[in-house]
Design a protein around this ligand. Sequence first.
Ligand code: ADP
Length: 468
Amino acid sequence: MEVIHVTAECYPVAKVGGLGDVVGALPKYQCKEGHYAKVVMPMYRTKFLLENEWVVDYKGNASIGEYNFNFTIIKEKNNKLGFDLYLVDILGLLDREKVYGYSDDPQRFIAFQISVLTWLNSWHHQPDVIHVHDYHAGLIPFMLKNCFDFRKLSQIKTVLTIHNAQYQGNIGWDKSKFIPSYDTYKWGDLDWNNSINPLASAIKCAWKVTTVSESYMKELRYNSNGLESLFEYEKGKCIGILNGIDNDVWNPETDPYIFNNFSVKGVNAGKKKNKIKICEQFYLVDKLPLFVFIGRLVGEKSAEVLTDVFLNALHYMPKKASYMVLGSGDKHVEQAIYNISEQHKGYFNSYIGYSEELSHKLYAAADFLLMPSKVEPCGLNQMYAMRYGTVPLVRSTGGLQDTVTDMGDKDGFGIRFSHASVGDITHSIYRGMEVFKSKKHLEWMRKHMMQIDHSWESVVAQYDNIYK
Ligand code: ADP
């Protein structure tokens, strides 16, 4: 099948979170299985763009409201990622360094989607499936069904994958002129609670809707930032498919970023070497259990609760563990983390910012990974951690619940808790400290986790079923 993935992120071109990882991997494994998967995304000004070779594939023009624009679609020349990668350039809108966070994001992503469909309109054949990811590509199913300009494409099947339903891209009806002309009696396909809601529209108009774990799919029916009744209504076409991880990129035996490669057999010695190096770099005590947090410092990840947890643990269980945080997000949380690093040198440190390399080093070096998320559609960090023999401490929610079992249960290998509260999270740290002392149990957990199969190969078959 020919499948076109339309997305705002794709690793290693541009990544903010899990969406980038998934779209960087799924098409590659689909191609390995014999499909013809392609990715089309905005041409941000990233390192990947500058370091690779490109050919111009298409030049066109379109309009958003009364604003006419030219766009260019370039294609990566050497199939470097294992699939055809296309970037859409619109001067003045997409030629930026960051993926999100601009006041004109609605215009940027709508113009992007219009360009993609204008490009597909120019093809002599039609792809089998257009697979859109999150709200940034969420107006495509509506536009295919209802916009006059894209009538020719109206029979192409569409699949929406929701990586995070918190972000829906709402815009006021005063901006409806951004959407190319359509059958106006279909306005209800765009509307949710008196605004244009691209995510809701995609849920209504796509042929199939998937999200990235079964538990998250169920949760959305009672907690989805206002879309609960829509998920309940559309449940017949919705399905949860757990993400895979890219074992080529996340492999402790070959990972070029980590200090010391290691296999299941040599996990204890391998992790220790990585830990000594990272503790040296961040002035931490390497004899103590090392707890790390990697991720966006936002409410969904319980970042603000974590600062209290760290202070609590450092005051009431002093000198019993080392902690390291890698992340960025809310400014007041970043400042609080920085302050703790200053106050508790030797036991707590942080890197406020984004570093792919450091994240690999930390998964390899850490004994425990903290993930007390309030909302976690799938969560990739815990799966990466497990692949590197690092015990995840997770709140039982979404994909965390589907991938981590508690060490208190039969064959359990992680630490689970129910509430994103200071008490529950601190208690999970305490349980981690205890298991750190029982070396045999810890070793069994490490070896067991590293051998769990979260590869994309098995996941691709589930997407095949959806497409069929
Ligand atoms: P989300 O998509 O909600 O951010 P996921 O767990 O699905 O959460 O994916 C997060 C991805 O982003 C992982 O690959 C993680 O390693 C990476 N990541 C998050 N923050 C950082 C950071 N500051 N530096 C490097 N990698 C990060």
